[in-house]
Design a protein around this ligand. Sequence first.
Ligand SMILES: [Zn+2]
Length: 269
Amino acid sequence: MINKINTLKVNTKQNKNISSGNYYQLCRYKFNLIERFADWSCIYYTKNIIKNSIIDMIFKTNIISEKEISNVQNAAKENIKNNQKLKSNNLKLIYVNQQNFKNLEPELQNNNVVKLIREGKNAAFFSKYNKILMPEKKLQLSIFHEIGHALNYNYSKLWQNLCKFSNYSSIFMYLIFVEKIFNTSKTQKQSSSKKDALITSIPVIPSIIEEGLASIKGSFEAKKLVNRDLYRKILKNNGLSFSVYLLKYGFTFITLKMFFDLKNLIQKN
Ligand SMILES: [Zn+2]
């Protein structure tokens, strides 16, 4: 009888310990989830603040005199004219304004990037049409980055194919992400979130390399044609533009890693 009472007492104590342990675990789990979402919002705002300040710096670097604008435009035209390959492949450089916008292919007229170019807020190379579209007055230093894209595209089959692939790189990335996030076969042995984030982000890496190469090649061409001061500004512009891509990749990697961390956290509990 005495033994029975003692056993009963011990069991009640154990149960209490277990339930308070479970409660503690649940609280910790909830806290971890809240912490993850707080991290996400911090990351999101930090990314936007850094990105906007770099874009601001790019616009400020591009505030150049009328004379410098005409120098950089002439240098770009000369560079394309003197390049046999670009010339024979009929690369076109168009400074988009309200009038000539209407003469562009309908697909380009409906493209949001082209609309931004017309407003002086972007510059781009369109591989499908082998055309560089530039704003009339703003972002003029970017021309020697876009020429870099045109050189990559017109000189190498690898980058030509990569241009086509890069249109789908985000889709590939999301497909890998969905496959990884819903694959629960590794319940027992959790996979490394860092490794998963790296594998998921692989499809976007080639286009970042291509961006870097375009900046390097464009700057190299500019060096031959413009004065030192203008060349420095082009270098700064191309460096800042590339850092936006690096930043975008860095934050994509962090976000993916956090999703995989969250998946591991949910699986663990
Ligand atoms: Zn680019």
